[in-house]
Design a protein around this ligand. Structure first.
Ligand code: HAM
Length: 452
């Protein structure tokens, strides 16, 4: 059995060997490719997701939200009734298919109707109100893939059921404000009120009157919207339509007094909380269930396009009722994690990497067994420990640790096993120190900050 030598020498980085191209034999079929608009998230990128989800979960807990986990597939009718029959999401973007047993199924394009369905179905109306729920996961929309627009993407959403108080709207915006401040991404909150469906009717008539004579100048989508869903005309980000929108009537001039008063109180809370916002009288959102407050989170820097919104939400006081539940006022929003990560990368905001923190080198069979037994003790540190149990030589293992960028290498040789110790080697300085195996976790936490 080999003994660990104490060497105070840095490992030199070796030049990288040229990559050998391996040609597959002729009769082997090509590897299936990932579907269009879908993608793999590799470990380096997952670091960002993990970082954001942890931050958001911490915030959600502080604000009293509980996690809910819902199916990825739902009956198509949930979105037709919930999201809205004439929305782009339902008309053009759903991944849907038929199943003999379950009928028409859709891959969830958004989370809100599913959470509302669960609120009704599990009798959450009988719980103390408001019921505050959050979710995180994949959503699916068959959109034209481009930067910031994927067919599978991740949302972190928060919903409050059973509160019509304007403070709930403000609370959600304040939470989002805390989050973006915390990660260092400057954003603006675009806010508006779209009133009740009844008060919107007159506005929609005016809107049609305004757009009709300009029909020829509209994009193809908007020509269709003019007849099917006129409110969405204000949602279009095509340059031509954006110009026409400038002089379009403003919804705020049409909404009912109650909605106006509600909105004023939301703004008062935001002022009180010093959350900066911009009144955006043309903001209508792309989903049908909204009433009163609507908002979107736009990055402060860069162009504002259909793909740039980092999150959005609003009040949906009639959704629960429209899905067959007892009337329940609600408000919520969702963040698009891919878009936030893109922005962070653009702004060169790094997240702590969990890779390559510690490498555990073991020299021989006895050390391998001790190393395996040691793992539970290391759990409490939360560090990621790399081990290569198929190697025995110190040099090989140090080289691998170096390639992985390990900050610390733990070395277990025969002498260490006899003494009940482990050598801690600092890879930057090359300094080594022997510590009692029972005190290893504490010694590591002293050298690297503990990972929660
Ligand atoms: P949404 O505005 O459709 O709202 O989506 C929220 C966020 O998800 C967007 O702001 C964007 O960041 C991200 N997102 C949407 N589509 C894509 C895509 N194809 N690729 C990448 N990211 C995307 C909703 O989904 C509502 N359910 C939000 C809500 C919750 N309203 C009330 N409660």
């Amino acid at each position: 059995m080999k003994k660990a030598k104490v060497v105070n020498k840095k490992i030199e980085k070796k030049p990288v060997a040229p990559v050998k191209v391996v040609v597959a034999p002729k009769n082997v079929k090509p590897t299936p490719e990932v579907l269009r608009g879908m993608r793999d998230i590799l470990p380096n990128e997952w670091n960002y997701f993990e970082f954001l989800i942890k931050k958001l979960e911490n915030l959600a807990h502080v604000y009293g939200f509980n996690r809910i986990e819902l199916p990825i597939m739902e009956p198509l009718s949930l979105y037709v009734r919930g999201t809205g029959k004439f929305t782009d999401v339902v008309q053009k973007e759903m991944f849907k298919f038929g199943d003999e047993e379950s009928g028409e199924i859709a891959m969830r394009p958004e989370g809100t109707p599913g959470v509302a369905r669960a609120y009704i179905g599990h009798g959450m109306l009988n719980l103390p109100q408001p019921v505050k729920l959050y979710y995180v996961g994949s959503f699916f929309r068959r959109e034209r893939p481009q930067a910031g627009r994927h067919r599978e993407f991740h949302q972190f959403g928060l919903e409050i059921f059973g509160s019509d108080h304007p403070v709930s709207d403000a609370e959600l915006i304040a939470l989002a404000h805390r989050f973006f401040k915390g990660i260092g991404v400057p954003v603006t909150f675009q806010v508006n009120s779209i009133g009740t469906p009844a008060s919107r009717e007159k506005f929609i008539k005016e809107l049609i009157e305004y757009y009709k004579p300009k029909r020829k100048l509209l994009c193809e989508n908007c020509k269709e919207r003019l007849t099917k869903n006129p409110l969405r005309l204000l949602d279009c980000k095509e340059p031509g339509c954006l110009t026409i929108k400038t002089d379009a009537p403003q919804i705020v001039d049409f909404i009912d007094e109650e909605s106006k008063a509600h909105f004023m109180r939301v703004l008062e809370y935001l002022d009180e909380l010093e959350v900066p916002y911009q009144l955006n009288s043309h903001l209508v959102r792309g989903l049908d269930y909204y009433t009163k407050t609507v908002f979107e989170i736009w990055p402060e820097e860069g162009e504002n396009t259909a793909q740039s919104s980092l999150g959005g939400g609003g009040r949906y006081d009639l959704l629960v009722e429209s899905l067959g539940g007892r009337p329940t006022k609600a408000v919520g929003f969702a963040l698009g994690l891919e878009r936030i990560i893109n922005k962070m990368k653009e702004l060169q905001i790094r997240v702590p990497s969990r890779n390559g923190e510690i490498f555990l080198a073991q020299l021989g069979e006895a050390a391998r067994k001790v190393a395996l037994k040691m793992m539970p003790q290391l759990e409490e540190t939360g560090f990621k420990i790399h081990v290569n149990f198929s190697k025995d030589g110190l040099r090989d293992q140090l080289e691998q640790a170096n390639k992985l960028g390990a900050k610390i290498v733990l070395i277990l040789g025969q002498q260490e096993i006899q003494d009940g110790t482990v050598i801690i080697r600092d890879m930057d300085s090359g300094m080594q120190e022997s510590v009692d195996i029972k005190k290893l976790a504490a010694a590591l936490i002293k050298r690297l900050p503990k990972v929660e």
